[in-house]
Design a protein around this ligand. Structure first.
Ligand SMILES: [Zn+2]
Ligand SMILES: [Zn+2]
Length: 321
């Protein structure tokens, strides 16, 4: 495919411009991924440099806030929200929520993928438990688990980490996806999965009731979605076996991307539905892997239309076994 195409993402209704012939600018991953100087607050042995941990995956008998952990969750030192606030009147809402960091591994490394699938199982279990504990409380309008890896993806520290950030309102994007599914009268993700499974040209893997594929209207080069084949609204309350399969597939996709691209800037985004929302049943959870090899610039901000230089059929060919 050399001719540019416009493709519509049926989950959000947005258009994407797939433009493989567009001259590629130097790839960001040719530049240093991220460098940092001085003591890293996320390294084992430097636990005192972070606020006290909320929860951790620890070796037996290792004390909190000391060495002996595999992954830990700590409050963000520079939170975007506050835990308690004075009430406001008017159109604004006090930004009450929780902002935490999930430190993925004790050693100073930019990616924890090299630690293997078993590490990712434990890591995802830790993050899942934390998110599930928060999303069960209606005070959190939405709880977002995400990862920024590399400066181009918004990270400021090299050491591999994810973040959990909750807000007291349901974000417009989350709400509009639920409304769109309601208005369509069917789940667009279920339908898309069914279509991708029959097309086969963008599939990466299917296992244990989950699929990984490069979506037809990928907005980013090498974008991958991982989601259940059957309709499920909340990733954080999915059965343990499904959670483990999600961790496994995600790890495999990231490992394959790293193998092909080297350390690459990317975002990971977990989406689904707020558990207390009246339209929650319309949500279909997924993990989106968003490599950030192209910038988001003026055209994209003006139109909401992303330009993707790698057709998903090519991306899937590179990722599939
Ligand atoms: Zn470190
Ligand atoms: Zn569905």
């Amino acid at each position: 495919m050399r001719q540019p195409e416009l493709r519509q993402d049926t989950v959000e209704g947005r258009w994407v411009l797939i433009s493989p012939g567009r001259a590629m600018r130097p790839m960001p991953h040719d530049e240093p991924f991220l460098t940092d100087e001085g003591a890293c607050p996320f390294c084992e042995g430097n636990e005192q440099a972070t606020p006290p941990e909320k929860v951790a995956w620890r070796l037996p008998h290792s004390p909190a806030d000391g060495p002996g952990w595999r992954a830990r969750i700590v409050p963000n030192r520079y939170p975007a929200v506050v835990q308690t606030a004075i009430p406001l009147s008017g159109p604004q809402v006090a930004a009450v929520g929780t902002h935490e960091v999930v430190v993925e591994c004790p050693g100073h490394r930019a990616s924890s993928v090299g630690l293997g699938a078993a590490h990712w199982h434990g890591l995802m279990r830790l993050a899942r438990d934390r998110v599930a504990g928060m999303s069960g409380d209606p005070a959190h309008g939405w709880v977002q688990l995400f990862k920024n890896a590399g400066g181009a993806a918004g990270a400021s520290l090299l050491h591999a980490h994810m973040q959990i950030l909750s807000v007291p309102v349901v974000p417009h994007r989350v709400e509009s996806m639920l409304e769109r599914a309601r208005d369509l009268g069917h789940c667009p993700v279920c339908r898309m999965v069914e279509w991708e499974r029959s097309e086969k040209t963008r599939m990466v893997a299917e296992e244990g009731g989950l699929v990984a594929f490069c979506p037809f209207a990928s907005g980013f080069p090498h974008e991958v979605w991982i989601c259940p084949v059957g309709h499920q609204s909340h990733w954080e309350t999915t059965p343990e076996a499904t959670l483990q399969k999600m961790a496994d597939l995600l790890w495999r996709v990231l490992a394959r991307l790293e193998e092909r691209l080297g350390l690459f800037p990317h975002n990971l985004v977990w989406q689904g539905a707020p558990r207390h929302h009246p339209l929650a049943g319309h949500g279909h959870w997924m993990v989106r892997v968003l490599p950030r090899l192209n910038g988001i610039a003026g055209f994209e901000w003006g139109t909401g239309m992303l330009i993707n230089t790698v057709p998903p059929e090519e991306a899937a060919g590179m990722l599939a076994d």
